[in-house]
Design a protein around this ligand. Structure first.
Ligand SMILES: Nc1nc2c(ncn2[C@@H]2O[C@H](COP(=O)(O)OP(=O)(O)OP(=O)(O)O)[C@@H](O)[C@H]2O)c(=O)[nH]1
Ligand SMILES: [Mg+2]
Length: 272
């Protein structure tokens, strides 16, 4: 009988808000488990996504971009053992935020895969070489990638570098495990993403979402939005219910895609 070795590793994704961490996580685990938006501080807790095949299992941890400011990263690094850190840069944006991070990373002994993301938006490619030289002086890089997470450009090689350097280890998760997010949280996050998409300004951050009755098996999901002001309710509903219809229809589709089944979504809005 041929014995196949198994490899397991844990990889932490860090970077400033909007750098594209969640976009990359969704690509790496081949499923949309972390919501993405152009607004700041979209992700608000650590999200685990697991990539699985027969030989390799990799746990990826997506983090909120705002941990930069709160030094939460120190705690995260202290309590855990990662095989790699994916440090994701938003194009050539580098300021005190990245500097602070670099200081912390220089004190720990974890290989850093540095990723320059959004290459599709860098029109003048001549800036890259000096930028890379600058980065090499700033940080001890295990490997550097220049990618577009959104358009999946030059992204596949990330697996190869991780695979080739993972320890032989028993898989930690069962084969079908994809994320630490419960069904309820996935549903909530999908809806939150669509509120952010369709409602402008700060209102999306003021809505509390409750999945009050979720029986996915029965294909019916009831959602309650709790808002503080009548005005917020009006904005969310929109003229001729335009906004709420968009949120409902898009969320319904996204939830169907995630759970691979037909569902019916009902949304109520209550002023608290
Ligand atoms: N053009 C372009 N846009 C990208 C790329 N990767 C991500 N984006 C966009 O950048 C925005 C932020 O992406 P996210 O993945 O939510 O960023 P994040 O780092 O998770 O942000 P936080 O959760 O706030 O920390 C979204 O609008 C993405 O569509 C890319 O390679 N190219
Ligand atoms: Mg995110």
């Amino acid at each position: 009988m041929k014995i196949i070795s198994s490899y397991y590793g844990s990889v932490l994704l860090i970077g400033r808000t909007n750098a594209g961490k969640s976009t990359l996580l969704n690509f790496l685990v081949k499923k949309k488990i972390s919501i993405v938006s152009h607004k700041r501080n979209t992700t608000n807790n650590n999200i685990i996504g697991v990539y699985n095949n027969d030989i390799y299992q990799i746990e990826f941890i997506d983090t909120p971009g705002n941990i930069f400011y709160k030094n939460k990263i120190l705690k995260l690094l202290k309590n855990n053992k990662y095989d790699f850190i994916l440090f994701i840069l938003d194009k050539n944006k580098w300021n005190y935020i990245e500097d602070n991070f670099t200081k912390i990373l220089s004190k720990i002994n974890i290989p850093i895969i540095l990723i320059i993301n959004k290459i599709d938006q860098i029109k003048n490619k001549n800036i890259l070489l000096p930028y890379i030289n600058f980065l090499k002086k700033k940080i001890n890089i295990f490997h550097l990638f220049i990618i577009s997470a959104k358009y999946k450009l030059y992204t596949n090689d990330i697996y190869r570098i991780i695979y080739n350097n993972l320890p032989k280890k028993k898989h930690f998760y069962s084969k079908n495990y994809i994320t630490n997010q419960t069904d309820q949280v996935i549903i909530k996050e999908i809806i939150r993403e669509n509120i952010i998409k369709f409602i402008h300004k700060e209102i999306p951050y003021l809505v509390k979402i409750k999945v009050i009755f979720s029986k996915i098996l029965l294909n019916k999901i009831n959602i309650l939005f709790l808002v503080k002001k009548i005005n917020h309710k009006k904005i969310i509903i929109g003229k001729n219910s335009h906004n709420i219809k968009l949120i409902k229809n898009r969320s319904e589709k996204n939830i169907e895609k995630f759970f691979k089944k037909k569902i019916k979504l009902n949304i109520w809005i209550k002023i608290k």
